[in-house]
Design a protein around this ligand. Structure first.
Ligand code: AHR
Length: 503
């Protein structure tokens, strides 16, 4: 089976915002406690943070991490997480039916971000709280000093402001499950006024307003139109979320879902354009896809805790999806979609980073390891920086149950003009047949293959575990050749592949 691609150096989609490869840490399950923070762990640093986890996060070169939620933020008092640790209150977290010790808050998280070399994307609580807390939180976080809240921060040991530039105005406010759920008009008004107040403090902040929690919400996409009509001039991004599942055990259909993601992005881009035109605005609003991942493996297991059957446990295992090889392909497809829509998607956050639907897992007191999905995220984040190329793709199709015609070949490409690298991220959706890939390369000069990494496995259900952490990992690809303006390679069935060329 053959597939052809044309890549031209001058035909581009957009410069990729590095924040396309962001992630997310929520006070949920073991993401924070026994995830990033475990003072008694043998590798703990002076702040009680696990060094083994820090090293793995560093490997991923994560540019930004969203914090502290998620559903958690909608009943969170940020003040509970600052000041002397032994005076911090234990609170009941209503979103995840657990107890929150508040031993980690803004200061500890910001220090951790410094350790891993990432920026913070903070969310304010627009569920149980509102404008007043948001402006106080911002003053505490970003003001130099000489005001009540900024002086509290200094008294709490942080002289210099945290200088957080990117703020989310609440989380999934369209969801009936959200504490303080609102109608689009209620939320739009509140988000507008909160954004106005935050901009009055600092007009250069970047603000993210909540879009739909997924494309199946009954209010989608009218929600986006109404919310943007209230907020268009005050915000920079609208957030979208999407989680993928394969409960039906239908691989062909599962791997077609990224086409739905593409339609979701295109629809919201259309709504943005509609509101922009209606407002006669010259300003652009982009998409912050600040929650995405595969999430279904753990759902049955979590039910008892979420329904309150375990009382109010502290940091219980929740949303601990064990990712399999099939999920490698899905994550590769999602990242390809973001790269190919990097004209409108500027920020995206893999939800989440440690233990909770995460590429990194830990055992309390024990090891940390890379889940299967660590790798496609790693390849995109580390090698997918530069300019996304607008590829012409000719691939044979199949018909998926819920989606219709789907190309077997899925591909994105990034050109780093500075280093001269052209990197292709490739997924073959075919269940049994290899694809003979033929890429025509125009205007790049002579290119040669400098790296070739492939992921494939005969068992789609295989996972990496603490005992066997390397069951699934990339190996060096074979047979890719670049000569006379052509790249050729045989792409194995159900495989993920990264091929890097250099001038
Ligand atoms: O990431 C897990 C949860 O999924 C988040 O808390 C929420 O925003 C979404 O529903």
């Amino acid at each position: 089976m053959k597939a052809a691609v044309v890549a031209h150096k001058g035909f581009t989609i957009s410069t990729i915002d590095p924040r396309l490869y962001g992630s997310f840490i929520e006070h949920l399950g073991r993401a924070v406690y026994t995830g990033i923070y475990e003072p008694t762990h043998p590798t703990a640093d002076e702040n009680g943070m696990r060094r083994d986890v820090i090293d793995l996060v560093k490997e991923l070169n994560v540019p930004i991490v969203r914090y502290p939620g998620g559903n958690f933020v909608s009943a969170y008092n940020w003040e509970d997480g600052v000041g002397p640790k032994d005076e911090r209150p234990v609170r009941l977290d209503l979103a995840w039916h657990t107890s929150e010790s508040n031993q980690v808050g803004l200061h500890e998280f910001a220090d951790w971000c410094d350790s891993v070399g990432t920026e913070i994307m903070l969310a304010v609580n627009l569920g149980s709280r509102g404008l007043d807390e948001a402006r106080n939180f911002l003053e505490y976080t970003n003001h130099e000093g000489g005001s009540a809240w900024s002086d509290k921060r200094r008294a709490n040991g942080r002289e210099k402001p945290f200088d957080v530039r990117l703020w989310c105005l609440g989380n999934e406010m369209d969801g009936p499950w959200q504490i303080g759920h609102k109608s689009a008009d209620e939320y739009g008004r509140l988000a507008h006024e909160t954004a106005k107040a935050m901009r009055a403090f600092d007009s250069r902040l970047e603000l993210v307003v909540c879009g739909s929690s997924n494309a199946h919400m009954p209010t989608y996409p009218q929600w986006e139109a109404t919310v943007l009509e209230h907020t268009y001039n005050e915000v920079d991004y609208i957030s979208l979320h999407m989680y993928f599942e394969n409960r039906a055990k239908d691989t062909a259909n599962y791997l077609a879902r990224s086409l739905e993601l593409d339609t979701y992005i295109a629809t919201v881009a259309g709504v943005i354009a509609y509101v922009k035109a209606k407002k006669r605005s010259t300003k652009d609003v982009y998409i912050s896809f600040d929650e995405w991942n595969v999430w279904y493996h753990s759902k049955e297991r979590d039910r008892a805790i979420l329904e309150g059957g375990s009382g109010w446990p502290e940091a219980p295992p929740l949303l601990e999806d064990d990712y399999n090889f099939e999920d490698v392909l899905q994550v590769g497809l999602i990242l390809n979609t973001f790269i190919n829509r990097s004209d409108v998607v500027k920020i995206a956050c893999l939800a989440q980073l440690v233990n909770v639907i995460a590429p990194i897992m830990t055992v309390p007191g024990g090891p940390a390891w890379r889940q299967t999905i660590f790798y496609p995220y790693y390849f995109a984040s580390v090698f997918g920086r530069g300019t996304a190329l607008k590829l012409m793709v000719d691939s044979p199709n199949y018909v998926a149950r819920d989606v219709g015609a789907v190309p077997y070949l899925d591909v994105s490409a990034v050109h780093d003009a500075e280093s001269g690298h052209v990197t292709f991220f490739i997924v073959n959706r075919h269940l049994t047949e290899a694809l003979d890939l033929d890429v025509t390369l125009i205007e790049f000069g002579a290119l040669s293959v400098v790296d070739d990494q492939v992921m494939t496995h005969p068992d789609l259900t295989i996972t990496n575990t603490a005992e066997n952490p390397d069951a699934v990992k990339p190996v060096r690809g074979e047979g890719a050749a670049a000569q006379e303006g052509r790249l050729t390679a045989s792409i194995a069935p159900l495989s993920y592949r990264m091929i890097r060329l250099k001038a």
